[in-house]
Design a protein around this ligand. Structure first.
Ligand SMILES: [Zn+2]
Length: 142
């Protein structure tokens, strides 16, 4: 999904842009870059615009794409120390809390209710490292 190009940037928009704004920009870009009208711009540019529009004009694809961007942003702001599964964590059944020791001596702590489906990023309490927990199943208590 990540081809190094942000769809919002392709359409000269920002993630909070409305559907109408996206549509307007898409239309004007198509006029500019459509291969039938513009022989100087490479058709990849048009294909990018088309792909961006197809994703962002669909509410479901757009929300999935937004989630993907958020995750990327989260990843880039942390130094990922390790990727773990739930089984690697120490579970406190009473508190429904999972912990893991960081190499700095601090610890990663997450409550069961904070776990997200897919990847959950847990920052260390004492340093700038973070771990990624792969969550395959939603916590049962949700
Ligand atoms: Zn640490």
């Amino acid at each position: 999904m990540n081809d190094g190009c942000n769809y919002y940037e392709v359409l000269n928009c920002i993630p909070t842009s409305s559907f109408e704004e996206l549509k307007r920009n898409y239309k004007s870009l198509v006029l500019q870059y459509h291969p039938d009208k513009c022989f100087t711009a490479p058709s990849e540019v048009y294909m990018q615009i088309d792909k961006a529009w197809k994703t962002l004009s669909d509410p479901e694809l757009r929300s999935r794409y937004d989630e993907h961007l958020r995750q990327q942003a989260a990843y880039s702001s942390y130094v990922i120390y390790d990727t773990l599964s739930m089984d690697d964590m120490t579970c406190d059944p009473e508190l429904k809390r999972y912990t893991y020791s960081c190499r700095c001596g601090g610890s990663y702590t997450i409550d069961e209710c904070e776990l997200q489906f897919g990847d959950t990023i847990v920052p260390c309490e004492d340093c700038s490292l973070a771990i990624v927990i792969k969550t395959l199943l939603l916590p049962s208590e949700r």
